[in-house]
Design a protein around this ligand. Structure first.
Ligand code: DOR
Ligand code: ZN
Length: 362
């Protein structure tokens, strides 16, 4: 059977669908890196997405509007010839971010959000926030101006079990913050637990969340299949199956609080295959295909378009895209590796089959 349906039509059994047409999506959480690494990964994202929220955890981090504007120029300069892509920039929140900096960020029109990394939580987070109270002036300006706060929701307290750090962050930091600043717009990034789903659902419309393809498709066993698998190590780390199921339920629920954010996070192969390997999964080479697979497995392709293409722009108060992309049910193997500046990087599913393929733009 060769049924063709638009992804937003009423539910058809996913197994009978082998072509999906959807409004062009955006990636609401992406790491593009810089220097020689930027042109190595940018084309993968540009092929699929019209816009992306670009993470600021460079070295040094993007802490000012001037730095965000300059980084955006470097991204635009690295675009493949003839391509169109709108990088939506973020500032890296520190204990010293001022209200004036937030005002400048909003006035620039270039900065669309501010990223909260608890200091030491993940890659290049050393300059992050040591205590939420220190960020009050910045947060108050953001609440006043409607600039979203994007949260890496994990405590750094080493006495808390690694697998419980998201819940501890919700209890200790996020729930009190949302209670005290109800006007603050907050996106809990790359959520990994049923606790985070329940928390986001319990909040008002100011609080939303992004979901990655790897957290929708895999549980923590993937890190240990037949040996240790560094390319499945990211932060927050993959969790138990019961959590993956809760994330999947949220993704296919139709609730506009949940939307696409790949957290594609490239690292050179040798920095992941190391004594102390870096956290991050590179998925930009097949992001939409991986999400389609997750929705297909859940028999919910009819919910894919809203998750991928509508909920994000609606939350960010930006227009939805007008272009279309098409995915077909077609097996292909992800390459074993890609060039990454002078290094190589190993993509998600390296050397293994994918079930969907995005067609090149007509
Ligand atoms: O796994 C991760 N990688 N989690 C993050 O929060 C950061 C990211 C990166 O920049 O590599
Ligand atoms: Zn990230």
């Amino acid at each position: 059977m060769n049924a063709t349906v638009a992804a937003n039509e009423s539910k058809a059994t996913s197994a009978t669908i082998d072509r999906i047409e959807l409004t062009q999506p955006d990636d609401w959480h992406l790491h593009l890196r810089d220097g020689e690494h930027l042109p190595a990964v940018l084309p993968f994202t540009v092929r699929q997405f019209a816009r992306a929220i670009v993470m600021p955890n460079l070295r040094p981090p993007v802490t000012t509007t001037a730095m965000a504007v300059a980084y955006r120029e470097r991204i635009l300069a690295a675009l493949p010839a003839g391509s169109r892509f709108d990088p939506l920039m973020t500032l890296y929140l520190t204990d010293r971010t001022t209200a004036a900096e937030i005002e400048a960020a909003v006035a620039s029109g270039v900065v669309k959000a501010v990223k909260y990394y608890p200091a030491g939580a993940t890659t290049n987070s050393d300059s992050g926030v040591t205590h939420v109270d220190r960020t009050r002036p910045a947060l108050e300006a953001m609440e006043r101006l409607g600039l979203p706060l994007l949260v890496h929701g994990e405590v750094t307290d080493q006495s808390v079990d690694l697998f419980d750090r998201e819940l501890a962050f919700i209890e200790r930091t996020l729930a009190p913050l949302v209670r005290d600043m109800p006007g603050l717009r907050v996106v809990m990034e790359h959520i990994t637990t049923r606790d985070a789903v329940a928390f986001v659902e319990s909040c008002g419309p100011n609080v939303a969340a992004t979901l990655t393809p790897h957290h929708l498709l895999m549980n923590r066993n993937a890190i240990f299949v037949g040996g240790i698998r560094p390319h499945y190590y990211c932060l927050p780390v993959l969790k138990r199956e019961v959590h993956r199921q809760a994330l999947m339920d949220a993704a296919v629920s139709g609730n506009p609080k949940f939307f696409l954010g790949t957290d594609s996070a490239p690292h050179a192969r040798h920095t992941k295959e190391a004594d102390c390997g870096c956290a991050g999964c590179f998925n930009a080479h097949a992001a939409l295909e991986l999400y389609a697979e997750a929705f297909d497995r859940a028999d919910a392709l009819h919910r894919f378009e809203a998750f991928a293409s509508f909920h994000g722009p609606d939350y960010y108060r930006l227009p939805r895209n007008t272009g279309k992309v098409v995915l077909v049910r077609e097996r292909w193997d992800a390459p074993a590796e890609y060039p990454y500046g002078g290094d190589t990087l190993v993509p998600l599913r390296a050397g293994e089959p994918l079930q969907w393929r995005m067609l090149p733009a007509a």
